[in-house]
Design a binder for this molecule. Structure first.
Ligand SMILES: Cc1cc2nc3c(=O)[nH]c(=O)nc-3n(C[C@H](O)[C@H](O)[C@H](O)COP(=O)(O)O)c2cc1C
Length: 225
């Protein structure tokens, strides 16, 4: 893509992509994105991200192993995640997000099997040709390390957008951290926070125009003077 986007445009254009074209991403572009993500800030410049990227045959092997683990109920997360732990407005936003996404792809609230099928697309990386698994060393209570991974991930996602690509961060992939470690031969000392599927967005797919709303800044920010 020769078009140069302003930061303003990149940050507004980025959104989670849940439909990808099978087209491979040239290695030069993946490396350009990784070079930009590498500029992310981190606590004491520790740069604790360990990023494992799969494409081609390894991507297919990984998807098959995760799907098999999911079907046999063999979850192996390094960190817990339960939307039921959220309360108040945070729980409400999580519920709204799920409902409006399923609505956008024509799946009703009651169609539980269709919902499960749609959720399972997480494990085939929403058809993306590439996936980045974000691993980290375990340090203390891991809060600082996890925030560094978040900094890295958003820089990665914005860079994808600037290069005409798209991505989606996926906690769902982290549910199968043990399986992913096994397939990729990653040491047990590294913990997985989440993955990012990425590639070229399929602009003709159902739900492509779906955008979730964001709270007004007054709901998130308190000013003092
Ligand atoms: C750390 C993280 C994990 C996420 N995990 C998932 C996931 O497992 N599956 C999914 O469909 N979306 C996932 N999302 C995407 C969120 O639903 C999405 O970011 C949110 O609804 C806001 O939409 P936007 O990214 O389009 O702005 C995740 C986002 C983040 C930041």
């Amino acid at each position: 893509m020769s078009e140069i986007m302003s930061f303003h445009e990149v940050v507004r254009r980025r959104h989670s992509i849940r439909n990808f074209l099978p087209d491979p991403v040239p290695e030069s572009i993946v490396r350009a994105v990784l070079s930009e993500a590498q500029l992310a800030p981190s606590n004491c410049n520790t740069q604790p991200w360990q990023v494992h990227i799969a494409s081609g045959a390894k991507r297919n092997e990984l998807a098959a192993a995760i799907i098999a683990a999911d079907e046999s109920g063999d979850a192996s997360p390094d960190f817990s995640f339960d939307t039921g732990d959220y309360t108040g407005v945070y729980f409400q936003r999580a519920m709204e997000q799920g409902a409006s996404y399923y609505r956008s792809i024509g799946v009703s609230r009651e169609a539980m099997e269709d919902r499960r099928m749609a959720a399972r697309l997480n494990y085939s990386f929403f058809h993306a040709p590439c996936v980045a698994m974000l691993f980290m060393p375990s340090v203390g209570d891991n809060v600082r390390i996890a925030s560094d991974i978040g900094m890295y991930a958003q820089t990665f996602l914005l860079s994808l957008t600037a290069h005409g690509l798209g991505g989606i961060p996926q906690t769902a992939l982290g549910f199968y951290a043990g399986t992913i470690r096994k397939v990729l031969g990653i040491d047990d000392s590294l913990k997985m926070l989440f993955g990012i599927s990425f590639g070229y967005p399929d602009e003709h797919a159902a739900g492509h125009s779906y955008r979730i709303g964001k709270a007004a800044i007054e709901e998130s920010v308190t000013f003092y003077s």
